[in-house]
Design a binder for this molecule. Structure first.
Ligand code: NAD
Ligand code: UGA
Length: 315
């Protein structure tokens, strides 16, 4: 099959691309190297995919590129390109969230209106729930984002849904819950913690550290994304969460055990936009996608630590 992965140079997109190449597909990867973090990291993320001759890379921006030739012949489109990050989405930065999450998604869907694709998978976010009323949170909960980022991810998810209803684009959305593992973005918690630990700096904890997250290992997120492209589930939305909820303080204790280093922490005020808790009901994904997260936090964190140490000289 010929598949398109947008955001292919990013954290999750690069892992997805490798998995699709290993499964024998032809992958067209699209990315514009948005400057949210260093291009060099994204180039490294692409190294393994680029070593396959079934991989074609297009350095293109979804908002202003001529998309038709890039999408020509595609069977499946995985749309992961976007502007991530909850906490920086305030103020002037909001423009880029609207641009890369809402406008980019609309342009892509427009370009696919008449294309004979079999599936479109949208990378949604747990941030659409905001401070949810119930845990674990089901997909049917009323979305009430708490951050500008969450609003743009919800808007893009709605756009995806309405192009299905109006034009029959066979789309599915997956809502990732805080993904981690090798190549995690440098702005995310585990990356920042590991960076501070190795530099001998204090770890900055936003709030009291008792907030919980449903952390999801990247290979599990990739599995669920691929399953969403084949199961008979057009028009549906699925939570993809790691299977348990832990506090940031528990993460730090696990990280001390794994690294053998002792952590110094500094508690800062809680960040605006950060939900106090996230927690996924994953029953729907279990039942309809036949998906199950497999990697525990201790195992996944150890793998990220190992990767972090091994790639330190490149940083
Ligand atoms: P990332 O920043 O590493 O990857 C996103 C990629 O998209 C980047 O390489 C960027 O250059 C590219 N991009 C951005 N705007 C683009 C545009 N207009 N045209 C072409 N390329 C563009 O982020 P990630 O953590 O891998 O996240 C991937 C997707 O998953 C995002 O849509 C994000 O909102 C979503 N998501 C991520 C998480 C997580 O925990 N990492 C959780 C929920 C949802
Ligand atoms: C992550 C991604 O960054 C978003 O792009 C994504 O959409 C979201 O998951 C999601 O699930 O939808 P977040 O949960 O904030 O967002 O992920 P982390 O940056 O890993 O933060 C996890 C927790 O650690 C948060 O409670 C945050 O406040 C805390 N944290 C983070 C700190 O205490 N200190 C830090 O330096 C960084």
């Amino acid at each position: 099959m010929r598949v398109v992965v947008t955001g292919v140079a990013g954290f999750i997109g690069s892992h997805l691309s490798e998995r699709l190449l290993a499964a024998g597909h032809e992958v067209v990867g699209i990315d514009c190297f948005a400057d949210y973090y260093e291009r060099a990291r994204k180039e490294q993320n692409l190294d393994k995919s680029r070593s396959h001759d079934r991989f074609h890379f297009e350095a293109a921006d979804l908002v202003d590129a001529d998309l038709a030739p890039l999408l020509d012949g595609a069977d499946v489109v995985y749309h992961l390109a976007g502007q991530p990050g909850v906490r920086p989405s305030w103020g002037n930065q909001f423009d880029r969230y609207v641009r890369d999450n809402v406008i980019a998604t609309q342009r892509l869907l427009e370009a696919l209106k008449d294309a004979p694709i079999k599936r479109f998978v949208f990378a949604g976010s747990s941030s659409v729930y905001g401070d949810a009323e119930k845990f674990p949170t089901k997909e049917t909960a009323l979305p009430r984002p708490l951050s500008p980022y969450g609003v743009t991810k919800l808007a893009a998810e709605h756009l995806t849904n309405l192009y299905t209803r109006n034009f029959g684009i066979p789309a599915v959305s997956v809502r990732y819950f805080t993904v981690y593992g090798p190549r995690q973005r440098p702005d995310m918690a585990f990356s920042r913690f590991m960076q501070a630990m190795t530099a001998g700096d204090d770890i900055e904890v936003f709030g009291d550290g008792e907030q919980t997250r449903e952390f999801t290992y990247v290979s599990d997120a990739v599995d669920g994304t691929i399953k969403a492209s084949t199961a008979d589930v057009v028009g549906q939305i699925f939570n993809l969460g790691g299977g348990s909820r832990v506090t940031v303080n528990q993460v730090l204790a696990t990280l001390e055990e794994i690294s053998g280093l002792s952590i110094r922490r500094q508690n800062l005020p809680a960040a605006p936009g950060d939900p106090r808790h996230t927690g996924a009901s994953i029953n729907l994904a279990r039942e309809r996608l036949g998906w199950e997260p497999r990697v525990s936090l201790a195992e996944g964190l150890a793998k990220q630590w190992e990767w972090f140490r091994a790639t330190e000289p490149d940083r």
